[in-house]
Write a protein that binds this ligand. Sequence first.
Ligand code: GLN
Ligand code: ZN
Length: 750
Amino acid sequence: MRIHNLGFPRIGGKRELKIALERYWHGESTQESFLASCAAIREDNWQIQALAGIDLLPVGDFSHYDHVLTTSLMLGVVPNRFSQSLSSLDLEFQIARGKSTSSCGCAASDMTKWFDTNYHYLVPELSEDQCFNVDASHLLAQIAQAQKGGHEVKPILLGPVTYLYLSKNNEKNLPHLPALMVAYNNIINQIAATGVDWLQIDEPILALELEENWQQALIAAYNAIKPGRIKLMLASYFGSVEHHLDLIRTLPIDGIHIDTVVESIDVSNVLNLLPNEWVISLGIIDGRNVWKSNLASLYQWLNPFYQDYKERLWLAPSCSLLHSPVDLSAEQELNFQIRQWLAFAKQKCEELALLKTALVSQNISELVRYSKPVIERFASNLSKNAWVEKRVSDLPDQDYYRSTTFNNRKRLQQEKLGLPAYPTTTIGSFPQTKHLRKLRSDWRQGKVDDKHYQFSIYSEIKQAIHVQEEIGLDVLVHGEAERNDMVEYFGEQLEGVTFTRFGWVQSYGSRCVKPPIIYGDVARKKPMTIQWLSYAQSLTDKPVKAMLTGPITILSWSFVREDKARSLVATQIALAIADEVADLERAGLNIIQIDEPAIREAMPLKHSQWQDYFDWATRCFRLTVAKAKDSTQIHTHMCYSEFNEIMPAITCLDADVITIETSRSNMALLDAFEKQHYPNDIGPGVYDIHSPNVPSIQWIKSLIEKAEGYIEKENLWINPDCGLKTRQWHETKLALKNMVEAAKQLRVTC
Ligand code: GLN
Ligand code: ZN
């Protein structure tokens, strides 16, 4: 039996990759020293895995920026707009980040979520007459580096069909498959020449419910592969592949890796259906979560398979450990008991080794000792809150619905708020200046005290209210100066949630996030936002819109306990947020926004599971606001550009106002709202906050007029397309002034 890994976090335990990238981008280091830092991270990673006892180490899991982009470069897929005269490294960063002058037309490639994770990849752009010019030199150099270090390695390639599936206009690119396979065979030949035994090819799309043409593409692709002497391990992850077994079993491969963690899957059934001679790799350690495994129970489950398969059984994490923090031993400040429940990437490798040793020696005693905290965890008082459990189980159905229709609410809200036509507002955050970030970091390090910190936040709020009054906005916000991050801020204050110091996970390129860890029943300890918001409202006669993060977004951007259903954890979070809504109303806030940017990305990979997800996700959202007074106006905000498939769910949220991103699509995506008769108010973003450009009054007016082609005037709000936290104050003021002026001019003519 062998244990192997599908990938190790490439950012490094101390975010070495981030530091190296930023130094290089800022001109503070040379290409050579950047590449040397990368080589050092790879060597460290192999050392960690080898010391843990992994037999076959991954190569090809490392990338300077993103592994899909690395694949594009290896295949020579570079959009024409990028200058070919750049060094390969600078070309790579230009595709990833664009060029800073907005006039040159070298926009970065689109970035989007890697399946249902919070990692983002760069979308490949293939041209109609795409040629593939293979350059596998980076991968070959990495294989050589590992071999020189004495490691036994297994190179990894992103599979050809998943690669095409992830590309822009993917269906159109299917005819490129034969040429792409020539390129893959070329790469595979070069890999075979390095003397490695196994090659892993990843086809995570097998977890999806694929249309016929993509299934045919998989068959064609793998029948076109000429592996020579090298053995092929086809890897799937992020979902069960039982629905595609008939297809998979016909492929000319030597082994398969399946994820047994993410969905319940009948492994013996799968094994019975697969060819007898294949190596079977079972992904048994959750690669996307932070919990220690119950190795003793895994042993009991795996031992019969081991007896049957012996050398043909391999074990691995469910997927690449890219999605897991690096090393738990760095977390010295974590609650001792909670720490015993966790395993990060390094520890997950060690878990595999423990399991292997136990299976080979048929001795479970070490595993029993190891698993003790896991068993204690589920019985621990720390993770249980009887009051929360009872509250969830006693929820009456009416708690999910507001007490009257949108039209009735709208009348009552209008009586209270007295807003003009085309009401103007913003999405919540104002610029997070250097000064503000320094203040927060000083406060966290104890360099300034709580009093000073609070006083400074109050003055930021005062300033934000003052600016908005001067500009003449109708619905004001407090500016979110107290928030580092919209999920972290709430997570830090909730019971049942904890934080790490170094538990970074790559989000894209140099950007890392530190997801909260939900380990227990979630409850609100005390009000979380009232002090800031009631202060903001006390400063003005205009309505202040309070900002909260919704339950699905908090859930999706956290590591979630796996002993309870996600829908249940989300319900607990929803109740905590509902408590905050009630307190905000009591504090005199008449408008409350619940941000749910993650509601779309949290959709399951399999279409057949969507409806069930929509049902519980929308119920959780409604639970946060259902008890609000009819006269309290509930807003929600989402920032993405694909609404068609989730329109029914959006309608079900029954928010009084939804603000969305539309400016970059020139209002085109309002099509979905019109076609599906969205009944409530909408604020389509009228300018792109991602760009420093100040939109002109005329430009904004023309966009609003376009929006009127889809939405009744009475339902239209005017706002930017997202929060302003990444912008500068001066450009923000100018842009908002123009936005308010555009609304005023339209009011005169209407
Ligand atoms: N209220 C948040 C902000 O303005 C919304 C952020 C988001 O849409 N992701 O920053
Ligand atoms: Zn947004």
